[in-house]
Design a protein around this ligand. Sequence first.
Ligand SMILES: C[S@@+](CC[C@H](N)C(=O)[O-])C[C@H]1O[C@@H](n2cnc3c(N)ncnc32)[C@H](O)[C@@H]1O
Length: 576
Amino acid sequence: MATVLLRGLESKPKLNGRQVNLVCFHEERGRWEVELEGAMPMVDLFKVEWNDDWWEPVDNDDKYPSLKKEKGPTFKEVVLQKQEKLKLTDPKILTVVDCNGRPVSVYDGEGQMLEVLSGQHIPRKVETESEVCQRSFPLQFQKKAPEGRTLAVRPSCLRVREEETVEALRKRKVEMSVGTVHAKPELDGQFGLLGAFQASTNAWEVMPDARGLWDVQIDGSAAPVKLRSPEICDEATGKAFVDPVQIGDWKTVPEEKALYARVTLQEGEVILEDEPAISAPFSFDMPQLMKQFNQMSPSRQDAILQLSKGPDFLASLRSETRHFTKETLQSASPEFSQLNESLQDQIWSMMRTFDCNSFSHSRSKSQLLYPTLARVNHSCRPNAVLGDPKPAEQDAKLHSGLEPVDLLKKALIAIEEIPEGEEITVSYLSEEDLLEPRPQRRQRLMDGFGFECFCSRCLDEDADRVLRTFRSAEGEGSTGTGGEPCEEMHVSSFADFLTKLSKEEPLSSPDELVAIAETASETLAPSHWLLRKALKLRSPEVYPIPGRDMPCEEIRKKLRSVLDGVTAAKGYPSAA
Ligand SMILES: C[S@@+](CC[C@H](N)C(=O)[O-])C[C@H]1O[C@@H](n2cnc3c(N)ncnc32)[C@H](O)[C@@H]1O
């Protein structure tokens, strides 16, 4: 039974890229019946015969209507043991090129190679929307028209939602650098979609086009490739990429490290994706931790041992009255106490490292240690969040039939523009905890994580005061600096507003939201970080709220006008 790779299915795009077994060919319908491995239902393979609609002029020159009426070539896409060939039954075809003008191999009906052209990459400028779309099709069959003009044919069964493709291509299209020595020289000069930076390999994931096809590859390879930054260049500027981040000494605490932006990162951008190196239900699971640690390469082990150890107790196991110390472990575990001193130290150090650097992962119900994300410090005014790999990417991959996103991967996402050289921070505290005044926040960090917070919001009391510009309790004028009780009161009222937004509680109407914002704007200065956060929460790119068709843009505009109104009236600094 032959195995083939599904491609170009429009009605069931998620099946694209899956391997199926051919069952039989239904002559009358011109379709294959195929069998998917596992319990999936049977589906039809896409129709492979050409029809007249698939002809289209390459250069938008529509002078050859007569040719359009000609019957196009017939081919079958046959994949045998991942070896894919185009079987061509129309010998009139002269050249087969991909969307970038690069040649592909053509086989005749008997499987004999007709012609292989080893031409150079022919770069083509993308100028119009339709041209971008045209390039997104995997193959264009060029045929010399009698008059010597070139026409192109494309399989309409591979039509994609054009808007989506244009959008995707515009945003993220990159070209593989020619002349750089790398593992995939055959991709030189080709275009791909830039995926997220993979911190675990220090390489970018470059995906085939939105439907899982490299422009020219018809050899069955539809998987993304991993390429180092200099191996890719920006299609628009022609400049090589640089890694988006670097780990450096933390300017605030000398012995600590931090993650810095190497380039300016945009709001909503997936800065990187990281994979867990160690997973365990929690840090007390010594055997699990040690087993995984021992299986690592020496360099990986070294990297893990370099991570911050945090306090000399396990914060995640703290009880109401005490933290979990080495002594606690010795008395709780006879196994542990019987080990020699140096082994005990090694295990204890590992447990502390894991405890200090791991994140809980709700879907897998485990604690996971991500080596690069472990370098991200906490800030009470974070500029990034941890999240799942970008839903759009996930969708693109599923859509194209590539490996679904590794569900254990975590993404670091910028929630505001982060200038080059700036530290990237996330909040270890919950949104609610961030609404607390400084003493409470710091106490929580000390209790839960064992460190005294040195973030800019906690350290810079004056800056924090400027942000805390409130109206007085009587509602008359601005108090300028504001005091803690005042902050507590207003922040808690504002907290309701944020909670509603962030927890996706259904609001009866956008007006309700605006009314809350108006109240909040009366109590908080427009430059207050909470208000800025509120605006960001409504930002559809950063926090898309599924299933809610509230007009986000509209609401943001209204919020903005409310804020601007207050700004103008009070002479506060602008929130923009
Ligand atoms: C997950 S690690 C972060 C990276 C760490 N700085 C390093 O050198 O690997 C957590 C540790 O970093 C330090 N840390 C993170 N955020 C901090 C903050 N806002 N203030 C003080 N220390 C912080 C604490 O020592 C904490 O235990």
